[in-house]
Write a protein that binds this ligand. Structure first.
Ligand code: OFO
Length: 170
């Protein structure tokens, strides 16, 4: 059975995952109307779907542990970005924020000696390591490319392979 405190903290994470899905969905929609970055667009759509899956996993866990997962209202995400590099910088910043939030949940679970929740959260800890590493790799690539159009073309060509390779490592 979840404590009230643990339940509230997990519900807060439901909101963060839902908000993440929304932020990446907005990135996907924005990049869909930019020329020549179809795979980047697909990457953002996929990423948005993954965040929704993270949210659902939390919802089921809360409800199965005798709590109640409350579906939250969300904030309006940024709709546009000055460039693709800006969008990916935002993505990395966002993932770092999510990792910090997962770490806080782990702290709460440990303090409460809630080992079931602690165990459940390890999946998120591992996932965040993957996602931060992927976001860093993509940012490094974009920094090397700068404004070069041919580089961006190759980046777009490559991005789905990079993300598939990283999810296969999980
Ligand atoms: Fe939910 O993994 Fe990214 O944020």
């Amino acid at each position: 059975m979840l404590s009230k405190n643990m339940q509230a903290a997990l519900n807060e994470q439901v909101k963060i995952e839902a908000q993440s899905s929304q932020v990446y969905l907005a990135m996907a929609s924005w990049s869909e109307i930019q020329p020549g970055i179809d795979n980047v667009t697909q990457f953002f759509y996929n990423h948005s779907d993954e965040e929704r899956m993270h949210m659902l996993k939390l919802i089921h866990f809360i409800n199965e542990r005798g709590g109640f997962a409350m579906i939250p209202a969300l904030e309006q995400p940024a709709l546009t970005y000055p460039s693709i590099i800006h969008a990916f910088k935002e993505l990395l910043k966002h993932e770092i924020m999510v990792s910090e939030s997962i770490n806080k949940l782990v702290d709460i679970a440990l303090n409460e000696k809630d080992y079931a929740t602690h165990n459940f959260l390890q999946w998120y800890v591992a996932e965040q390591i993957e996602e931060e590493a992927l976001a860093r790799t993509l940012n490094e690539k974009l920094e090397m490319i700068g404004d070069e159009k041919s580089g961006l073309y190759l980046f777009d060509k490559d991005i789905l392979n990079v993300s598939i390779a990283s999810s296969n490592d999980e």
